[in-house]
Design a protein around this ligand. Structure first.
Ligand SMILES: C[S@@+](CC[C@H](N)C(=O)[O-])C[C@H]1O[C@@H](n2cnc3c(N)ncnc32)[C@H](O)[C@@H]1O
Length: 326
């Protein structure tokens, strides 16, 4: 088991590094790569290039043929589907996990002594969603009619971009408490040249109603999204309730509210081989719990929202909830 960890750890670190420099793109279209290609395009030295390719082949990231190396088919499929998970853990939360010991002994505190890499975390979350939850989201949203969409905790802004492409007549607002994430979202939106359709407001979910005129359709129906962050609010006593009360005060009946989030695992689980235990532990390092689906349903209903539909996504214990202000 330790030998496996040794190799898995090194492979994971190298996959992140290789991805960062764009090396995986070199392997696209089943191209055969040799050490000479790495030397030419990435300035590697000969021994380094040869040993990197050789190690990645030993771990089945690559396959080695008579003319050089190709991306392993099984790895390629996994990489396309799940790279966001690895990036979330190693790039978003790498320094938090590395400090597990002082955090668990209380010597250091998340948010005070140690913080995550907000931009990397937000980009990785967007990648995870794109592969695992967005198709469920579009299926749900396509059945609704709305004129303005507000994404609370918009992170990288990638969801807003996708929504803007899918619903070109809908105006949109993104709200995020993190300056870094707002900057990243604005950069992503600027890159696509659709600033007119989407505005980003740096504010907390609890009191974004100060900016309410920028984030509400004057005529027509509003759709409010809260993706991969409702648990952040549930972890601060009264915070989710405060946000829902503010929505109730400022938005008309009929406003849609859609949550997507990672819930906790049931006490007894058949498997521990998926992501859920890891998600739970990393959140624990941040002093956070994950909650069962029933907590979401009760919180919404007590705040005057009717839960219309609950959909499970392709990540275990990850759900979409469609609610409506009544
Ligand atoms: C895990 S990320 C999810 C990003 C995006 N919703 C997605 O699904 O890709 C959570 C985001 O919520 C933001 N956030 C956390 N607490 C918040 C709060 N109280 N008010 C506004 N944004 C918050 C974080 O800054 C972060 O960008």
């Amino acid at each position: 088991m330790i030998a496996q960890m040794f190799n898995h750890y090194l492979t994971a670190k190298l996959v992140i590094a290789v991805n960062e420099v764009g090396l995986f793109q070199l392997f696209e279209s089943n191209k055969v790569i040799t050490p000479a290609d790495l030397i030419e395009q990435y300035d590697f030295d000969l021994v380094g290039a040869r040993d990197l390719l050789r190690f990645l082949a030993s771990q089945r990231v690559l396959t080695r043929g008579p003319k050089g190396y190709q991306l392993d088919e099984a790895f390629k499929e996994e990489y396309e589907q799940n790279f966001g998970m690895l990036s979330w853990l190693l790039e978003g939360y790498g320094n938090v996990v590395a400090q597990s010991h002082p955090i668990l002994t209380g010597e250091q505190r998340y948010g005070v002594d140690i913080v995550r890499n907000a931009k990397k975390m937000a980009s990785a979350t967007a990648q995870i969603s794109a592969k695992n939850t967005d198709s469920f989201m579009f299926k749900l949203l396509d059945s609704l009619s709305f004129d303005h969409a507000i994404d609370i905790g918009c992170g990288s802004g990638m969801r807003l971009l996708q929504l803007a492409q899918h619903y070109p007549h809908v105006t949109m607002s993104g709200i995020d408490i993190s300056e870094d994430c707002c900057e990243l979202a604005r950069e992503n939106i600027h890159r696509h040249g659709i600033e007119k359709q989407i505005n980003i407001v740096c504010s907390s979910a609890e009191d974004w109603s100060d900016n309410i005129t920028e984030t509400r359709a004057e005529h027509g129906r509003n759709l409010i999204l809260c993706f991969a962050m409702f648990h952040d609010l549930l972890n601060i006593p009264g915070c989710a309730e405060q946000m829902l009360a503010s929505i109730r005060q400022n938005y008309p009946k009929g406003t849609y509210f859609v949550i997507q989030d990672q819930m906790c695992a049931p006490e007894v689980r058949v498997t521990n081989q998926d992501w859920v235990e890891g998600f739970t532990f990393v959140h624990r390092l941040m002093g956070q719990s994950l909650y069962p689906l029933s907590t979401y349903q009760t919180t919404l209903e007590q705040a005057g929202f009717a839960v219309r539909e609950t959909v499970s996504t392709s990540i275990p214990e990850n759900y979409l909830i469609l609610a409506e202000l009544v």
